[in-house]
Design a protein around this ligand. Structure first.
Ligand code: IMP
Ligand code: MG
Length: 178
């Protein structure tokens, strides 16, 4: 599959992403004002660029942690089974937590990870997703904050990959096979 030739058409520019990240961070800062310390949990690997930009815009005491879940059966098709490959280092019981995800697609990953974190009884748990493809949803779930709603296209860039490629693009583009 990844051997096929494709081009990437820009969908969201680096400038638009930066403006949206700033606005999201302002909303999150307001929502968690007064927190002792916010645990920002990035879902690896797709959220690593987004989380790096987001935390630098948060005007709050923060701690950063990561969790890795596998969801994709192959490069382009979601599997319903979600496994935890790397768990958090932090204890989150009684604490304020922000889960940061790259894309909510079918919703299986977010559903599973959110339930897992909720079972550890944080004081408050919210979700910030950079992208949302609502037309693809199979389990009913929504992030507290969403950067951009996008159509049913396969996208790459700004941390998001196609078979581990293109994570380093500064913008978000859609994959088009040629
Ligand atoms: P879900 O469990 O179907 O919601 O899948 C969520 C995960 O699938 C995301 O965290 C992404 O890693 C991956 N994913 C979904 N759509 C895309 C895409 O368009 N490009 C790259 N990865 C995607
Ligand atoms: Mg992913």
């Amino acid at each position: 599959m990844s051997e096929r030739t494709y081009v990437i058409d820009q969908m969201i520019s680096a400038k638009s992403i930066a403006a949206r990240v700033e606005a999201l961070a302002a909303e999150i800062t307001r929502a968690f004002k007064g927190t002792e310390k916010l645990v920002v949990v990035g879902l690896l690997r797709g959220s690593f660029v987004f989380i790096a930009d987001l935390v630098r815009e948060l005007d709050l005491p923060v701690e950063v942690d990561f969790l890795e879940a596998s969801s994709y059966g192959d490069a382009m098709h979601s599997s319903r089974e979600v496994r935890i490959l790397k768990d958090l280092r932090s204890e989150i019981a009684g604490r304020d937590v922000l889960l940061v995800e790259d894309i909510v697609d079918t919703g299986f990953t977010l559903h599973h990870v959110k339930n897992l974190l909720q079972s550890r009884e944080p004081r408050r748990l919210e979700v910030c997703a950079l992208l949302d493809k609502p037309s693809r949803r199979e389990v009913e779930i929504k992030a507290t904050w969403t950067g951009f709603e996008i159509p049913d296209e396969f996208v790459v860039g700004y941390g998001i990959d196609f078979a581990q490629r293109d994570r380093n693009l500064p913008y978000i583009g859609k994959v088009r096979f040629v």
